[in-house]
Write a protein that binds this ligand. Structure first.
Ligand code: SAH
Length: 350
């Protein structure tokens, strides 16, 4: 059953309409309020100039106005990527990234404060999970960045800190609001959700027939190696995961993305590329190779450029669609969770 989020920005237009009517106000007020929040992207309820203060008070009493507040912003000198640190109403910190591409502005958001998945190479999980984010807190990362830059956000990737399928109901609701015509009206095709591979949720997600791009973090061609890198591999076998991936492509007709972080001497050999090919052969997929971004707490090193190129070549020879992810914001700790962790260390909050 879906949790009922009670805060204003997490409410769907239908719920807001119900709440407005219950408070004795006219129905059209709900659409007005929803527009202020999700299109005009107000920072405070008082900014709703055509709604009476009395009514704002009434609504806010029942439905608090949660969002995010910028506490730090870094801009990469290399590629203009911007990293934002936001605080939440309870003092938790999350991070988001703005990447500017020729096709538009893409925002990478966090789905949880921290993460409990324990992937070995990832900084986001080192301090564990603080809590799930509300739909409003995911949305407001996008809204705050659009407000701060004055530029439209056209693409959203749920690939920041956290495991989106570990916060599934909030994610679904966030997407619904984000794509609503009365909100930012972002198309499914401009959204990517990345999961470490929570198999039952891949099925549940597929069954809603989203036209959203699903990315699965694979990082290894077999169970044994995957278990060393990602504890979630102890819960779901590679075979189960690939079956779920096939279900997604068959149900939605969409190409699936596999993320594969290349770690020097661990998963980057020719035989690993061959094994990976045997796993994905015949599937409507694309492989995104990511030279691992080393974190100081772990001893994983990036594959050499030669090894990355050789790995890519093998896949290409076997007609697998593959790209090497352009590294963005290296100089501003843009790897998953690095900035949040260093902020918490700096502020003595670990
Ligand atoms: N929990 C989700 C989304 C967040 S992580 C998932 O696992 O997919 C986003 C992507 O970055 C994942 O593919 C993750 O494995 C990868 N990643 C995390 N830390 C990394 C690092 N230090 N170097 C390279 N990729 C990393």
């Amino acid at each position: 059953m879906e949790v009922k989020w009670n805060d204003l920005k997490s409410m769907t237009l239908e719920e807001l309409t119900e709440a407005v009517e219950e408070s004795g106000e006219k129905k059209f007020r709900a659409k007005q309020i929803y527009g202020w929040i999700h299109q005009k992207l107000i920072r405070k309820p008082e900014e709703m100039t055509n709604v009476s203060p009395g009514m704002i008070n009434k609504i806010i009493k029942a439905h608090p106005f949660y969002g995010v507040e910028e506490v730090e912003r870094l801009e990469s000198k290399i590629d203009g990527t911007q990293k934002f640190l936001f605080s939440l109403h309870d003092g938790n910190i999350v991070e988001s990234v703005l990447m500017k591409y020729h096709h538009g502005n893409s925002v990478c958001i966090s789905s949880q404060a921290g993460c409990r998945m324990g992937c070995r190479f990832c900084a986001s999980t080192l301090l564990g999970l603080s809590r799930n984010l509300y739909p409003s807190e995911m949305l407001d990362q996008i809204y705050a960045i659009q407000r701060a830059t004055g530029e439209r956000v056209s693409h959203v990737v749920v690939m920041g800190t956290g495991e989106p399928f570990d916060n599934f109901d909030a994610l679904s609701r966030m997407i619904r609001i984000l794509c609503s015509p009365e909100g930012l009206n972002i198309g499914h095709r401009n959204i990517t959700v990345s999961t470490c591979g929570i198999v039952p949720k891949i099925y549940e997600f597929s069954d809603t027939n989203p036209q959203i791009t699903l990315a699965i973090s694979l990082h290894a061609p077999n169970d044994e190696m995957r278990k060393q890198l990602m504890p979630v591999a102890n819960r779901y076998s590679m075979e189960e995961l690939m079956e779920a991936a096939r279900y997604y492509t068959n149900t939605t007709g969409r190409r699936i993305t596999f993320e594969y972080s290349l770690v020097n001497g661990v998963n980057d050999r020719k035989e690993h590329a061959m094994e990976l090919i045997s796993r994905v052969k015949g599937m409507n997929c694309h492989i995104n190779l990511i030279p691992v971004n080393p974190i100081k707490e772990r001893d994983y090193k990036q594959s050499t450029q030669n090894n990355v190129a050789a790995f890519k070549n093998i896949l290409e020879k076997h007609h697998i669609q593959v790209t090497v992810r352009r590294e963005m914001g290296r100089d501003i700790q843009a790897a998953c969770g690095q900035l949040r962790k260093s902020y918490k260390e700096r502020s003595g909050n670990v």
